[in-house]
Design a binder for this molecule. Structure first.
Ligand SMILES: [Zn+2]
Length: 147
């Protein structure tokens, strides 16, 4: 495994829209494994591929409920229980702020083998899923701050 460089908010790449993943080969697995090493080293909760400069719709999340989850081509099916929490981002070091997000999210996504999965996430796991899916559309949490 190798540690990857996390791009910051001043890099224009972070605002791009990521593409659908259609290659579930060992190359994808290597990327996911390297992202995991990068996330652990950065002591973060979640990391989207775009944050390491790869414009594909995938992210990894360290959830409380399920442990490490890899969400590929996620689609949000249900959102409930909007709340306001404090958030940060590995691409926006030194910044935190309050954002309104759902505390219940059901996602349909693919795993690293291309198998379709459906899972419901609760609490900060749900917040983290929404934060990472925003990254896939070039959206940062600082765009949604509540003053
Ligand atoms: Zn982030």
């Amino acid at each position: 495994m190798a540690r990857l460089t996390i791009i910051k908010q001043d890099n224009p790449l972070i605002r791009k829209t990521s593409k659908i993943v259609d290659d579930f080969s060992p190359r994808l697995h290597e990327l996911l494994d390297n992202m995991y090493e990068t996330l652990l080293h950065a002591n973060g909760m979640g990391l989207a591929a775009i944050q390491v400069g790869v414009l594909y719709r995938l992210a990894i999340i360290l959830t409380e409920e399920y442990g490490l989850i890899e969400i590929i081509n996620p689609i949000i099916k249900t959102v409930k229980n909007q709340r306001i929490d404090s958030e940060g981002c590995l691409s926006c070091p030194g910044i935190s702020g309050r954002v309104r997000r759902p505390h219940l999210v059901t996602l349909e996504y693919q795993d690293r083998h291309g198998q379709k999965q459906i899972k419901t996430f609760h609490g900060m796991d749900a917040v983290c899923c929404c934060h990472e899916i925003d990254h896939m559309d070039g959206i940062l949490f600082i765009d949604k701050l509540i003053k």
